[in-house]
Design a protein around this ligand. Structure first.
Ligand SMILES: Cc1cc2nc3c(=O)[nH]c(=O)nc-3n(C[C@H](O)[C@H](O)[C@H](O)COP(=O)(O)OP(=O)(O)OC[C@H]3O[C@@H](n4cnc5c(N)ncnc54)[C@H](O)[C@@H]3O)c2cc1C
Length: 198
């Protein structure tokens, strides 16, 4: 998978929101230690609506439809996903526990291509529209999407999907998204997020 953070709101906007509530705009130190500590304080207090002014836009490529289905269950976010009505997927995600079973040839990527891909292509060659041929694609096929999510919702996403109970692929996605965040955001808005999901 490939994850890029293509846009985000600077932390100053959260400081402005918090300091407007407290009428302390004049006490800002222009994102110095005082402002950063203030953000950590509102996180620990749970005054999280002030973080909704921060949004992050991710470009996510090469995740399976299994993973994207889990991802879009996070309703407090916006998504634009590659359409398999109009485009063909290019690859499969093979779970490591299957890929490592080298003796089980039936599960190798090449054979998946043979069994599934050839049939899908044959349907399209026979004039079946992509939107109908896709019914025979496995959930392993890859997809791409753009996701925009605010900081409050992203905290909820990390809490659920960095956890050890989350499945490996969405957990890997959450890790990649976390690591793409600017350091000053990680150290303030997300200071208490545990990458190890302990
Ligand atoms: C380990 C794990 C296993 C899961 N297994 C299953 C499963 O077997 N079957 C399944 O269907 N799903 C499953 N899910 C998905 C899960 O139920 C959620 O749909 C998903 O994690 C999105 O979380 P969310 O609702 O908190 O996020 P969002 O949809 O982004 O919502 C964010 C927050 O907004 C609030 N909110 C949003 N909508 C409402 C609403 N309608 N009413 C009240 N409050 C709302 C809630 O506080 C919510 O936490 C699983 C998730 C995890 C992490």
């Amino acid at each position: 998978m490939k994850v890029d953070l293509i846009h985000y709101t600077p932390l100053e906007i959260a400081v402005e929101a918090i300091r407007t509530c407290h009428d302390t705009l004049d006490k800002s130190d222009n994102l110095g230690e005082k402002d950063k500590e203030l953000i950590r304080k509102i996180v620990s207090m749970g005054h999280l609506s002030t973080l909704e002014h921060l949004t992050y836009t991710f470009r996510i490529q090469g995740i399976s439809r299994v993973c994207s289905h889990q991802l879009v269950r996070h309703r407090i976010a916006s998504y634009s996903q590659q359409s398999h009505r109009y485009t063909s997927p290019k690859d499969f995600v093979i779970p490591p526990k299957i890929a490592s079973r080298v003796n089980v040839d039936d599960y190798t990527r090449e054979n998946l291509y043979h069994y599934v891909w050839d049939f899908y292509e044959a349907l399209i060659d026979a004039g079946i529209p992509r939107e109908d041929a896709r019914y025979f694609l496995p959930q392993a096929v890859t997809t791409s999407l753009i996701m925009t999510i605010n900081a409050r919702s992203l905290r909820n996403f990390f809490q659920l999907r960095l956890d050890k109970k989350a499945q490996w692929e969405i957990r890997l996605l959450a890790e990649n998204m976390y690591l793409k965040l600017p350091l000053d955001h990680r150290l303030t808005v997300f200071y208490d997020i545990d990458l190890q999901g302990e």
